[in-house]
Design a protein around this ligand. Structure first.
Ligand SMILES: [Zn+2]
Length: 565
């Protein structure tokens, strides 16, 4: 007798091949049998779900999340499983919370607040610090239990802070310190890390605009740590790439470590439209030489909601440093009012055309929510329009406007990845890794946790950029292979019953909305699924068409700690 039989589904098995109509039986959390129509029938089951031709596929694997902190207070990492995600990879960019000594906890949280836009109050109120080392962190997750399956990277910035303390954000490491970091990475791999993650990206700054620790690593350190991971014979080296780590350099690391290198973040920019394709060509050239470089991209336009209290999109600029160093709103306002500072910002935007996060596309920057009732009529207008109407420079206009509303105006900037023809070409490349939801981070800026539903609905059904079997493959079988997730990512007998049942005619991610439900009441953006009829994690039904349907004291997920080579 099966625990569950899903009858009469279009079964997309995750390999990219055409669907077959049939029934799927689950026993003890695993796929026990798949019967094609016309063949033998499955026997009795404790529970039967009539799919009536809906699509049944493996659950989505989200390769780029930042749930490291949230998972300690919210094992279900809301909202991802309600959006079809059954496995989440944590610790991307190396911004982990383990290892962490008690005296470094506040520093670590303050960094995350900045680099990943997490609320400091939420982190302080929420994180369970029942660990110091990385193995203890994995043990804690295992002991407390998790909603979806999770796999965790050993994170460079945490490793560096453990060894160097506050100096991790100030200088290169000594040989002795590198040796200590190597030991920690080895220990992490032995304990069950999915790989080693770092960031060299100039946009990644911690508190007060100081670079995140990993950005201070020199060539010796990076090579030593990636090699330490590779020595385990397993693992993926993941980085968010800055200008100092070229693709040829990363190819060298892939050769040395004999492991895949996942390179984030491949975004298309209208102000530098060929850059993404140059990178992609370089990555594919390396692949043709037998070196496993993988470009990680997104299927969502990168837009950010922000206020001038924390305008992440400007913070990679040199000229923004005085604003980042300002303590408190009044000091910040003083910087914003300073004409010479404004001139420096304007000059940098002009000079750097195309290389910043925000590149002066004022026609793609909108007022979402004005603070004063009399300004509500301006909601939805672009800053280009408003500045022209006011006869002002856009930068002057936006700063004056924000100042007049006590910095409470909500803006949204459509930053990158919004040329659908160009993005379609990137997604159609069968070797790009479609991920980058950044779920768990930038909670007030955007919510792309539903990226998988968006790929299947928007890009596959609506635009035909890739067919549905391929779209499913890119979200399931492909990342499972990349990360070495044993027995997941495909619908096969003996594989984990990580499943999603959906309607290809309607599947989509819903509109974003603001919720105030983080620890300490902090706000975040969230979204619901459309056309998703069921999500099962290791055979346990977790979500239905209305969202989470599971008793949240249940813990169906597994902390994944062994991976195939
Ligand atoms: Zn990230």
């Amino acid at each position: 007798m099966f625990d569950l039989v899903i009858k009469d589904a279009e079964i997309f098995d995750g390999t990219g091949s055409a669907p077959v109509r049939g029934d799927l039986g689950v026993t003890a959390g695993k796929i026990a049998a798949i019967a094609q129509h016309g063949g033998s029938k499955l026997g009795a089951a404790k529970e039967t779900v009539k799919a009536d031709g809906l699509a049944l596929a493996p659950g989505i694997i989200d390769g780029h999340t930042h749930y490291d902190a949230q998972i300690t207070w919210d094992p279900f990492v809301d909202p991802s499983p309600a959006l079809g995600v059954t496995t989440a990879i944590l610790g991307n960019c190396g911004f982990t919370i383990a290892p962490c000594r008690p005296q470094d906890r506040d520093l670590t949280m303050r960094h995350l607040t900045h680099v990943e836009g997490m609320s400091l109050d939420a982190l302080r109120a929420g994180i369970r610090w029942e660990f110091e080392s990385f193995p203890q962190y994995l043990d804690m997750l295992t002991r407390l239990g998790v909603g979806p399956n999770v796999a965790c990277f050993s994170g460079h910035s945490s490793v560096r802070t453990w060894v160097m303390g506050e100096e991790a954000t100030e200088r290169t490491a000594t040989d002795d310190e590198i040796a200590k970091m190597v030991t920690l990475v080895r220990e992490g791999m032995a304990a069950g890390a999915v790989g080693f993650a770092t960031s060299t990206a100039e946009a990644h700054n911690g508190e007060g605009g100081t670079p995140m620790p990993s950005r201070l690593a020199d060539d010796r350190e990076l090579r030593a740590l990636v090699r330490a991971m590779g020595d385990s014979g397993r693992g993926v080296y993941m980085l968010t790439k800055g200008s100092k780590t070229s693709i040829p350099y990363l190819e060298e690391l892939a050769i040395e470590a004999r492991r895949p290198v996942v390179i984030a973040a491949l975004f298309h920019s209208n102000t530098n439209p060929t850059a993404a394709f140059t990178t992609l060509d370089q990555v594919n050239a390396a692949r043709s030489r037998g070196h496993q470089l993988v470009a990680q991209t997104s299927c969502c336009p990168l837009s950010m909601d922000f206020t001038f209290k924390s305008p992440y999109l400007f913070e990679s600029m040199e000229s923004w440093k005085p604003a980042m160093a300002a303590h408190g709103d009044e000091a910040l306002k003083k910087v914003y009012r300073d004409p010479s500072w404004r001139t420096a910002v304007r000059r940098e935007i002009e000079a750097a055309r195309g290389r910043l996060v925000f590149n002066g596309e004022w026609d793609k920057l909108f007022i979402v929510e004005a603070a004063k009732p009399e300004n509500r009529k301006l909601e939805g207008a672009t800053l280009a329009q408003l500045a022209t109407a006011a006869g002002q420079e856009p930068l002057d206009f936006i700063l004056d406007f924000a100042l007049s509303e006590n910095l409470d105006t909500q803006f949204v900037a459509q930053l990158l990845h919004n040329d659908e023809k160009a993005v379609g070409r990137i997604l159609a490349d069968p070797n790009t890794h479609i991920s980058l939801s950044d779920a768990g981070a930038h909670l007030t800026f955007f919510c792309d946790a539903g990226f998988g539903l968006h790929l299947m609905g928007h890009w596959s059904r609506d635009l035909g950029v890739l067919d549905l079997p391929q779209a499913v493959h890119r979200l399931t079988g492909q990342p499972a292979k990349l990360f070495g997730l044993n027995g997941r990512g495909l619908l096969r007998e003996g594989y984990a019953a990580d499943l999603m049942l959906f309607d290809p005619k309607t599947v989509a991610r819903g509109p974003k909305r603001r919720a105030h439900d983080l620890p300490s009441g902090a706000a975040r953006l969230t979204t619901s699924a459309v056309g998703l009829h069921g999500v099962w994690i290791n055979g346990t039904k977790t979500a239905d068409e209305k969202g989470f349907c599971i008793d949240r004291t249940a813990r169906p997920g597994e902390v994944l700690r062994s991976f195939s080579a």
